[in-house]
Design a protein around this ligand. Structure first.
Ligand code: TGC
Ligand code: FAD
Length: 389
């Protein structure tokens, strides 16, 4: 794929950032693209990618080296997510969940023992994690969760269920959020280890989106958790929502990568497909589509880059992250749909990446806060008036 960089944003990236970009781009070209279509069709995650991604430092890439992580800047981490999602949203999801939703809370809210026990292995990919916040009856409104942790003489007893959990079935450790009392201030995070009695994680089948990704239920029936497995550093909804800020930031970048992939495929196709004795790229209607796509991608790239700079300066706000997630995912979905039209019937074929990206983005539009929820987060910030409840 040719570099999609209409406004020469490469000129505003450091050598380290470009090196990270080129390394992950080559990895995606050489290791992800050759296997992803088959994995998507089979509805499995390409497990052969797990350890090589760890070797490249792509899990928790912006966490410190002392815990076995790559210690990259937030911007470089975003670039990693962009390049992974250029391959597939499921591959980016794997890295997002592992880094932003499992390693980040252990790093930010865990004890020193928890950090030493889990972070180096999660960074290598020799252990896999998942994040359980959503429940069957509480998605956009996680504060309503009914999963409960009760005190016992030796720790905690967990009862309840989580739904739509990426990597739940294969995870060695689940970061699970549960109420220890009646209100949201009592929410605590627990590290639930695979094999714990009373914990099961069946896979959710028949997905038409994000097929190269495992999605699961988590079920807790009198599941005993030792005291040392509670995250000591946070109480309340602020705990899980802080993790979402990290993951949504990565998705804002990732969605741009997906759009770069579908735009590139459509551009290339438009130059080689001949109808009425000329390349379809020579028709004005096709050119309008391509012009709109590259314009929106360029705006998305500029938003991600500035978001990265704000995050590196410690100045990013959750609502800014919401704006970038909301804009870039909707943009990528629109770009994929337009690309699909340029390919005609070939647009629906697995010979091209378009429909896979398009279907994946339907999940990305919903998870990590739906498009509508991000609208309300921005609306609340600009008006000072909450419209959720
Ligand atoms: P609200 O009253 O506004 O806030 C409760 C407490 O949380 C604090 N807070 C935040 N803290 C950090 N970061 C944020 N973004 C925060 N937003 C709020 C807030 O300050 C307050 O703290 P305190 O100390 O005063 O108590 O909460 P609310 O119940 O009204 O809800 C607000 C709302 C709707 C925005 C929130 O619930 C929300 O974001 N809902 C969407 C749920 C969601 O995004 N779920 C995602 C699940 S994980 C997932 O999808 C993974 S996909 C994985 C993959 O990539 O494969
Ligand atoms: P609902 O909350 O029921 O929303 C349904 C509709 O109502 C949406 O359009 C929504 O925008 C709208 N709506 C809701 N409230 C309002 C309101 N106040 N105002 C206006 N409109 C509103 N969760 C995890 O915890 N961990 C994971 O690893 C994870 N991985 C996922 C992987 C996949 C493939 C998918 C699809 C989901 C995953 N999720 C995960 C769950 C995801 O975060 C939720 O699906 C999402 O938060 C939305 O919740 P819901 O599906 O229950 O929809």
């Amino acid at each position: 794929m040719k570099n999609v960089d209409y406004f020469n944003l490469d000129a505003f990236m450091s050598e380290e950032e470009l090196m990270v970009r080129n390394t992950v781009r080559s990895f995606v070209d050489e290791k992800v693209l050759p296997v992803i279509e088959e994995a998507y069709e089979q509805g499995v995650y390409p497990n052969e990618l797990i350890l090589p991604m760890g070797d490249l430092g792509l899990y928790g890439a912006n966490l410190p080296e002392e815990y076995g992580c790559a210690g990259m800047s937030a911007t470089a981490y975003g670039i990693v997510m962009q390049e992974l999602e250029r391959g597939d949203s499921g591959v980016r999801s794997f890295a997002s969940v592992q880094g932003s939703l499992v390693m980040y809370p252990i790093y930010a809210f865990g004890s020193e023992e928890q950090k030493r026990k889990w972070l180096p292995e999660l960074a290598k990919g020799t252990k896999i994690g998942c994040f359980g916040l959503t429940e069957p009856d509480f998605g956009s409104n996680p504060g309503g969760m009914i999963t409960r942790a009760e005190r016992t003489p030796y720790g905690w007893k967990l009862n309840g269920a989580k739904m739509w959990i990426t990597n739940g079935t294969v995870a060695d450790v689940a970061v699970v959020w549960a109420k220890t009392g009646e209100d949201t201030r009592s929410i605590r995070g627990f590290l639930v280890e695979k094999g714990t009695k009373g914990f099961t994680a069946p896979e959710i089948k028949r997905k038409h989106s994000l097929r190269a990704s495992i999605t699961s239920e988590l079920i807790f029936e009198d599941c005993e958790i030792p005291e040392e497995n509670i995250l000591p550093g946070v109480e309340g909804l602020r705990g899980p929502l802080s993790c979402l800020n990290q993951a949504r930031y990565g998705i804002a970048w990732g969605a741009v990568g997906s759009a770069m992939a579908t735009y590139s495929a459509a551009l290339e196709y438009s130059l080689s497909r001949i109808q009425f004795d000329r390349p379809i790229g020579g028709f004005q209607l096709t050119q309008k589509k391509l012009a709109d796509m590259i314009t929106e991608i360029t705006k998305g790239q500029m938003m991600s880059l500035q978001l990265g700079r704000l995050k590196d300066a410690g100045k990013v706000t959750p609502a800014q992250v919401s704006m970038a997630k909301r804009n870039n995912v909707a943009m990528a979905l629109e770009v994929a749909r337009t690309a699909r039209t340029i390919l005609g019937a070939n647009g629906i074929s697995g010979e091209y990446p378009i429909m896979r990206h398009m279907n994946n983005l339907e999940s990305v539009l919903t998870y990590e806060g739906t498009h509508d929820i991000h609208t309300l987060i921005i609306g609340a910030e600009v008006t000072g008036l909450q419209a959720f409840k």
